[in-house]
Design a protein around this ligand. Structure first.
Ligand code: ATP
Ligand code: MG
Length: 366
């Protein structure tokens, strides 16, 4: 059994799904129903559980180290399982170090900017995992499949030529290389579901009342453009896969297998970073030892109940404390600064504080 907790085994488990050079990539070579010989959903569940725990450990170090960030992009046809994958794979991570953004049809404000604008302001900070549920790749997918969306983008007409997709691929490649050079680890997942399985899942959503909310009329409409989307996905992967921003083309007809591959790929990427907890230097250790001693001597009496110090001594003690506090802050290994409140975890689709509207109407033609 493949163990997501073993560095070498996880590496060989996820490698077949990774595309780092797209020139020869063909979507038809990936079977959406592939399960790498794994048969039991139960065994996969146990594997995932262990993987989720490993991911939590790695995330803790990522956050403590505060140097790298991880950007995880999900793209897929409707009902391929993006939401469920995010929910299960990330179920063990500390929400404080994780952000999720869902990108829908752009708002009027977003259309007043270049196409990367809304994505760039949602990038994960150092130490964090940022998840894009759809992304700037929609600009080369839905917008390519529906040319009227490009018309609505208010670009100067002289710039809308037949080269526009090649130009967008170029721009995205450049931006991803820039991000990689700045410490952003980029993983891109295409959850590859079959047309037949999508039909089954849509029917489930229609038949089961508790799943009705998941179905949108736009989903059924987009299904009619299946082949155009497959072609657009293949082209995107061929042109934007790279060693520093690989695509993972993940079989998505079995949800349990999809989740294993995604968890494995994230674990694999984090294992490669050799994440370590920050080491405290000698000076800081000495400071900590002093504080520890003070705490131990103070006992656990409630505030104000302790023995009153004599008048003269009280003043001296106060002065000493103030000095020590300043020295602590100015020292070389000072405490990591508090993160601004605007960086707390936001639920999928919630706008960032500076972007009051990351979502639009939902549905490409909206
Ligand atoms: P589900 O899989 O549950 O249906 P979803 O990601 O499809 O989730 P929806 O609210 O159904 O979420 O749809 C979002 C829609 O927004 C998608 O159809 C997507 O193609 C569209 N969208 C995203 N980015 C853009 C863009 N830049 N331009 C136009 N449409 C976009
Ligand atoms: Mg949808």
């Amino acid at each position: 059994m493949t163990q997501l907790t073993d560095k070498r085994r996880v590496e060989s488990f996820v490698k077949p799904f990774r595309v780092t050079d797209g020139r020869k990539f063909k979507l038809k070579h990936v079977d959406p129903d592939f399960t790498a010989g794994l048969k039991s959903k139960q065994a996969a569940g146990d594997m995932l559980e262990a993987g989720v725990r490993r991911l939590a450990e790695l995330q803790d170090r990522l956050y403590a180290q505060d140097k790298w960030s991880l950007l995880v992009i999900f793209q897929a046809m409707d009902a391929a399982g993006k939401d469920g994958t995010i929910k299960h794979v990330m179920s063990g991570v500390n929400p404080v170090g994780c952000q999720v953004f869902s990108f829908k049809a752009p708002s009027a404000e977003e259309l007043d900017h270049d196409f990367m604008w809304r994505a760039l302001r949602c990038l994960p900070e150092r130490g964090r995992i940022g998840i894009f549920n759809r992304s700037y790749y929609e600009e080369m997918l839905v917008v390519r499949v529906h040319p009227e969306l490009l018309q609505a983008q208010k670009l100067p007409p002289a710039l809308v030529t037949e080269d526009i997709w090649r130009e967008r691929f170029d721009d995205v490649r450049n931006i991803e290389r820039y991000l990689a050079r700045n410490g952003v680890i980029i993983l891109k997942f295409f959850l590859h579901v079959s047309r037949r399985e999508q039909r089954t899942r849509f029917l489930d959503r229609l038949k089961q009342p508790e799943k009705n909310w998941k179905f949108s009329m736009a989903d059924a409409k987009e299904r009619n453009f299946w082949d155009d989307y497959q072609k657009a996905y293949e082209d995107v992967i061929q042109h934007t896969a790279s060693a520093h921003a690989p695509w993972y083309v993940v079989p998505a007809d079995r949800k349990w297998f999809t989740r294993l591959v995604v968890a494995g790929a994230i674990i694999d990427a984090l294992e490669d970073l050799d994440l370590e907890y920050p080491v405290v230097d000698a000076r800081r250790r000495e400071e900590l030892r002093l504080v520890q001693g003070e705490l131990e001597r103070s006992g656990d009496e409630p505030a104000g109940r302790g023995k009153k110090p004599k008048k003269g001594k009280a003043k001296k003690a106060k002065k000493g404390k103030a000095k020590q506090g300043t020295a602590g802050k100015a020292g070389p290994a000072r405490r990591r600064p508090a993160r601004p409140s605007s960086t707390r975890t936001r639920p999928a689709g919630a706008p960032p504080p500076a972007a009051p509207d990351t979502g639009g109407q939902g549905g490409p033609a909206a």
